[in-house]
Design a protein around this ligand. Structure first.
Ligand SMILES: [Zn+2]
Length: 482
């Protein structure tokens, strides 16, 4: 195991750099007075890491808990910490261009107000959506009153709608679990999703783009600001783009390079992303833009300043996705399955030891399975997997073989005592599926999930674990959640 370098405080220095002002108090309400964002509820993160959290995830939570208005460079500002994503503001000749107006109209309006309080009452002269995920467009109606140009990568509208509608019910339900927006916050509860703290819960809207970015090398001048685009379809989102502000020498990496290992298959569900193309586009971004940028920023996390630092950052992100892709292919071609490869892959020290490649949002484990799925699908090649019984049916039989639910619970307790949390969870899943009303089984499974959650470095894993046995029970009764 590579030692994590907690003494390296450069991320904290970069996250604090350019600070201008906070939103105070750090709450945002809807028109009817409902709190849709409350960053003050994360104040506990300023303390030392408790036993109920993974120190690496706690550190990431501390970094994500920074909020307010920050100067990135002359004429470019960011507002992190008012939603899962960052809003970026680029000053033009007549007003200000908004990049990625957060999830909710309420948080987006609050971010714009904060900017205006310190930079003057500039009108919004254009909006740019870097990609087709809701945390990058949902709040647009909070920043735009009149018709303004809206720039987005080709295919944006189709993907913004299809990804969240066709499988929308399931995806939204899973997203509630994954982002933990309704979980209690605290040292033993929700401490952030890795990519940011959590989702805001205000009103979501969408205004269609008016200008499509269709190819790399396309240049546009918006409110007097020159922008050069790199189209990166099939990376973090099906429609996504990076952009260089040539006069300001500032590179926006959208969500293609952030301070964590991202998801190749987000746990809320989506089509599997392509790590090969993602890696390739990062190489292209370095070649196209590195010599023209003094700062690189993204729509999550904090910027990176300095050409050498930008190249080092982007190169390592590139290597991260490339390595996962290549090594998973090598091992699947050797006959291993996704579950096996997920246990076998060890990142090289350079990738293991950097903070921005850690699995706070994606994880090596679930990304490797996603790559397997992308290339080979759900079937692991074993004939017994072709026609498996559904979970409740097999659970009843497993439990019968072991001697009843009480016996399973006793065995699981032994595994728990030995620290084998993963197998205890697997055993208890059978117990709860076989007998959803068995209190001891449910309680022990809940305890197991809690211990797994407290140890998890991945924010979304930590958040998916609470209430897991209630969900198993819900499915077992054939009742989908709300
Ligand atoms: Zn995002």
């Amino acid at each position: 195991m590579t030692e994590l370098r907690f003494e390296d405080r450069s991320d904290f220095e970069n996250a604090d750099r350019g600070f201008i002002a906070k939103l105070d108090p750090g709450t945002v309400k809807s028109r009817d007075g409902r709190v849709v964002w409350d960053i003050d509820s994360y104040a506990f993160l300023s303390g030392d890491c408790p036993d109920t959290a993974n120190p690496s995830l706690w550190r990431q939570g501390q970094l994500c808990a920074r909020q307010g208005l920050y100067a990135v460079t002359d004429g470019i500002y960011q507002v992190p910490g008012l939603d899962l994503s960052n809003m970026t503001l680029v000053e033009g000749e007549q007003g200000v261009i908004v990049i990625d107006p957060l999830i909710s109209a309420e948080t987006a309006a609050a971010a714009l107000d904060l900017y205006r309080a310190h930079r003057g009452d500039r009108p919004v002269t254009a909006v740019i959506y870097t990609h087709s995920h809701v945390d990058h467009f949902g709040g647009v109606q909070g920043v735009v009153a009149d018709e303004v140009p809206i720039l987005a990568p080709a295919g944006f509208l189709e993907h913004a709608v299809s990804e969240n509608v066709y499988a929308g019910n399931a995806m939204n339900r899973r997203a509630v679990y994954m982002y933990g927006a309704v979980l209690d916050r605290g040292p033993a509860g929700q401490i952030g999703a890795g990519l940011g703290l959590t989702n805001s819960t205000g009103s979501i809207g969408l205004i269609p783009p008016t200008i499509d970015i269709t190819h790399t090398g396309q240049e546009e001048t918006v409110d007097g600001v020159r922008i050069s685009f790199q189209l990166t379809p099939g990376t973090e989102a099906p429609a996504e783009m990076n952009l260089l502000f040539t006069q300001q020498r500032a590179l926006c990496m959208a969500e293609n390079a952030t301070h964590n290992l991202h998801n190749l298959l987000t746990l809320r569900g989506a089509q599997v992303r392509d790590p090969r193309i993602w890696s390739r586009y990062l190489t292209e971004a370095i070649n196209l833009f590195a010599d023209q940028a003094d700062v690189a920023f993204a729509s999550h996390h904090w910027p990176t300043w300095g050409r050498d630092q930008i190249v080092a950052f982007l190169s390592l992100q590139r290597d991260l996705y490339g390595y996962l892709h290549d090594q998973t292919l090598r091992l699947l071609n050797a006959g291993y399955t996704g579950i096996e490869i997920a246990e076998m892959i060890q990142l090289p020290p350079a990738l293991e030891g950097a903070w921005h490649t850690r699995g706070y949002y994606g994880s090596v484990s679930h990304n490797v399975k996603a790559i397997y799925q992308r290339y080979l699908g759900w079937f692991d090649g074993h004939p017994a997997s072709l026609w498996e019984l559904p979970p409740a049916e097999s659970a009843r039989r497993y439990v019968d073989c072991i001697g009843g639910v009480d016996a399973v619970v006793a065995k699981a307790g032994n595994y728990l005592d030995d620290g084998d949390l993963r197998f205890a969870a697997q055993l208890l899943k059978h117990a709860v599926f076989a007998d959803p009303d068995h209190k001891e089984a449910k309680d022990l499974l809940a305890q197991t999930f809690e211990r797994l959650g407290h140890g998890a470095e991945n924010g979304t894993w930590r958040q998916l674990l609470p209430n897991g046995c209630d969900r198993a029970q819900e499915r077992n009764r054939g009742r989908p959640g709300s």
